[in-house]
Design a protein around this ligand. Sequence first.
Ligand code: ADP
Length: 267
Amino acid sequence: SAPDPAIEEVKEKLSTVKHKLLVLSGKGGVGKSTFSAQLAYGLAEDEDKQIALLDVDLCGPSIPKMMGLENEQVHHSGSGWSPVYVEDNLAVMSIGFLINSPDDAIIWRGPKKNGMIKQFLRDVDWGEVDYLIVDTPPGTSDEHLSVVQYLSTACIDGAVIITTPQEVSLQDVRKEINFCRKVNVPIIGIVENMSGFICPKCKNKSQIFPPTTGGSEKMCNDLGIPLLGSIPLDEAIGRTCDSGKSFLTNVPDSPAVFSYRKIIQRI
Ligand code: ADP
């Protein structure tokens, strides 16, 4: 069959975007969207850089809340959709901006999801952008295939995969790694989130999700993939994310911020 003309249109539209990063996870609830949001905030601290964050988690868009953009709507511009700006150099687009209420459930089948992803990639007017971060749903679903298909000729720099230390999460990460290898998306590295808990009172670290099979470090060594770093569980993350703010600047003394910053530097 003839290639989808949208593939060329996406390439054209994203020709003003220098770097394209995918954020993936095998499981839900491991901190993927939190990471995408804080990575966007972190990269946008350099005022000379333009950052764009695209949320294609069509079933559970949490980016609007994490970026303090609940109740925002997208506007149509002459040539497509205008993203919502958190700051002059930080633009966000999410399915959440298109639905009436954050509590509305979105139940779509594959072709409709595919159509929405096509529109997201082809129709958003990002302008000149240094980094486009794409927050994807957990797992390897139709959405991932669509994203990769549409970005195939527009080049993806690579994927960052988020996991917890638990074997149930790592198992799914291996599938994610296989997916990337099959579709030729380079893997930038793995981030181990919720990696131990440092008690704010006694400062001791406990493993909440003990790695039973050597954890992410062993998996990365075995598979020859960089481990970008580990982020501890930190109640300040949940608190700051719920309030829609940059965790990096609002809780600068937290051990998790220290880990986050080291990882962002490596991306
Ligand atoms: P996912 O996108 O993988 O489904 P989220 O980013 O929505 O996961 O995170 C799930 C929940 O865990 C959120 O409430 C978030 O605030 C919290 N969270 C994520 N990372 C951490 C962490 N390191 N410490 C504490 N809470 C975290």
